[in-house]
Design a protein around this ligand. Structure first.
Ligand code: BMA
Length: 372
């Protein structure tokens, strides 16, 4: 009996250890700590994130220490999304015109304040230099080892490695990054989408990328976020999954479109995907997240507590990120934003959301000491 209890104890200690193990076994101490802490908090806290939060917002650009979330709530978000598309071509700015030098400063500031950074990469199609949305089939095959564009892809990764290793906080430590390459990979709008390559090719590309950054370049500040678009079963979610040794967080992206009455369907579908993820994450000891979401211009004043929160709250979701607040876009004559700004109709409901105790903004992440 005593032996049995002892064995159970060892087993549960081992499971905890496994739970906190990153795909990159040599990850920096702060990166490991962030993952461990997110694990501990997964039932109680959802970090709220916003893309490009510090760079610009509705009607402003590069105002010091400003974010639309701070205008509304008095504090910055807990999590910040950045995109490094453009880096591969040595462009000084990313695809949405954010200068990389400013981006690096924001990332370091966020870390210094105890917040969390996540990075996606809408990289151009290496085969023809066109955008990420250029869906000529066969591109993935051509950048794999042996492919005609493999060398070029490696050169692009060299630049990513340099960028990641240059992210250091004022304590001199590398800033941990939730890295989300090849996002929405079950969609068919990027050149790495599901119609554009086979599951095998996608897995090989992921594993190559992971190994190249980790082993060739010794990049050890990345937590790997596997991210899909639509899926309706665990099998479909996992069809292109590279394996537990190569990913740390399971996530998907989903948006609400159309009239606010569509909220009920959005909620049902998102809840169902979240529950699939939660099931997979439990046995695989991974974290789950809603890596990108939103309802453009938020025409439903109660969307935050009426739709978004109930869509995710039954599962241990680590974070949710809403897409960027580009504001008015003269070229397409439309409004493009996903977070409330001061005076927006959904402001009161957003304030209600963040008062519920589970959705965290920066003040909380700051006191949670996620890197210690
Ligand atoms: C899309 C839009 C585009 C943007 C792209 C990459 O959803 O926001 O304007 O260029 O994401 O950030």
């Amino acid at each position: 009996m005593v032996k049995c209890v002892y064995a159970l104890l060892v087993l549960s200690v081992c499971q905890t250890a496994v739970a906190q193990r990153l795909a990159d076994r040599q990850a920096s101490t702060e990166t490991k700590k962030l993952y461990e802490n997110l694990f501990k908090l997964r039932e109680t806290k959802i970090l709220f994130g916003h893309q490009d939060a510090l760079a610009y917002g509705f009607g402003w650009k590069y105002d010091a220490d400003r974010s639309d979330i701070k205008d509304v709530t008095g504090e910055h978000p807990a999590l910040y999304g950045w995109d490094i598309a453009g880096l591969e071509n040595d462009s000084p700015v990313n695809l949405d015109s954010v200068p990389f030098e400013k981006m690096k400063k924001f990332i370091r500031d966020v870390y210094d304040r105890g917040g969390v950074n996540t990075i996606s990469w809408h990289l151009d199609n290496p085969v023809n230099g066109k955008s990420a949305w250029d869906t000529i089939p066969g591109s993935v095959g051509m950048i794999l080892p042996g492919g005609a564009k493999h060398q070029l892809y490696k050169q692009w990764l060299d630049k990513v490695a340099v960028f990641m290793k240059d992210l250091k906080g004022s304590d001199g430590k590398l800033v941990p990054i939730l890295f989300r390459p090849f996002h929405e990979l079950t969609g068919s709008w990027f050149w790495w989408g599901k119609r554009e390559c086979s599951p095998q090719e996608m897995k090989r590309l992921w594993v190559f990328t992971f190994d190249y950054l980790r082993s060739r370049h010794q990049v050890h500040n990345l937590i790997y976020v596997f991210n899909t678009a639509d899926f309706s079963s665990p099998q479909e979610f996992l069809e292109r999954y590279p394996g537990d040794g190569y990913a740390d967080i399971l996530s998907f992206d989903t948006y609400q479109f159309g009239p606010k009455e569509n909220g009920a369907t959005f909620r049902k579908q998102t809840e169902s995907k979240m529950s699939i993820l939660a099931g997979l994450a439990k046995t695989r000891r991974k974290l789950i997240a809603l890596a990108e979401t939103g309802y453009e211009t938020i025409p439903d004043p109660d969307w935050w507590t009426g739709v978004l929160y109930p869509s995710i709250s039954s599962q241990p979701v680590s974070y949710v990120l809403v897409w960027r607040n580009a504001g008015y876009r003269p070229h397409s004559k439309d409004y493009h934003y996903y977070a409330p700004y001061r005076g927006h109709g959904s402001e009161p409901d957003f304030l209600k959301l963040i008062k519920n105790g589970r959705v965290a903004l920066e003040r909380e992440t700051n006191s949670l000491n996620l890197y210690k």
